[in-house]
Ligand binder design. Structure first.
Ligand code: FES
Length: 179
């Protein structure tokens, strides 16, 4: 009798492990150091994502799969952590990321004017990167400094009580430093 052959579509999908972009030695060592702090390797997911982003500037699908493999997780599980944590970039970004807070306090205190002025200055919309790769402009939820609204993160620095002029000045400085 002819054996029944599995025809499940899933069986024809390539193993995701074949699509891994291997971790560099530095990434592997740094992630291993983090894993040691926890009883379960999965607890180091955010740190692992941050480590890869620190080295690559963002987290590609291949690197995300490498993290999943290293931490004994599925790529979907790592993806859900990466999506939840809005400082993990899943697409390439510019050398400086400017994240404009669009939550209530900042919205009331002038978010729209800031976004409009900076978009005009950089010639990009929210979610885009300047042609020279210097700056990416993103909206972000509350940055935890509502009493200093409107607020933005420019690179790693939080900037308070912004005006269109002061924000554009910060963006110009960031651009000069990235060239
Ligand atoms: S609402 Fe913008 S920092 Fe909280």
């Amino acid at each position: 009798m002819t054996p029944i052959i599995a025809t499940d579509a899933a069986s024809h999908k390539p193993d995701w492990r074949l699509l891994i972009e291997p971790l560099s030695e530095h990434e592997e060592a740094a992630i291993s150091a983090q894993v040691q702090h926890y009883p379960q390797p999965q607890a180091a997911t955010i740190e692992a994502l941050k480590i890869v982003q620190e080295h690559q500037g963002w987290v590609s699908d291949g690197k995300l799969k490498a993290i999943a493999n290293r931490l004994q997780m599925s790529p979907d599980e790592v993806e859900s952590v990466a999506t939840f944590y809005n400082k993990i970039y899943r697409q390439p970004v510019g050398k400086t990321v400017i994240s404009l807070c669009d939550s209530v306090s900042c919205w009331i205190m002038g978010y729209q004017g800031l976004a409009q002025s900076l978009s005009q200055e950089l010639q990009i919309a929210l979610g885009e990167t300047t042609a020279d790769g210097a700056i990416t402009l993103l909206p972000t939820p509350c940055l935890g400094a509502c009493d200093h609204a409107p607020v933005a993160m420019v690179g790693g620095q939080r900037a308070h009580q912004l005006t269109p002029t002061s924000l554009i000045e910060l963006a110009r400085q960031a651009r000069e430093q990235s060239l």
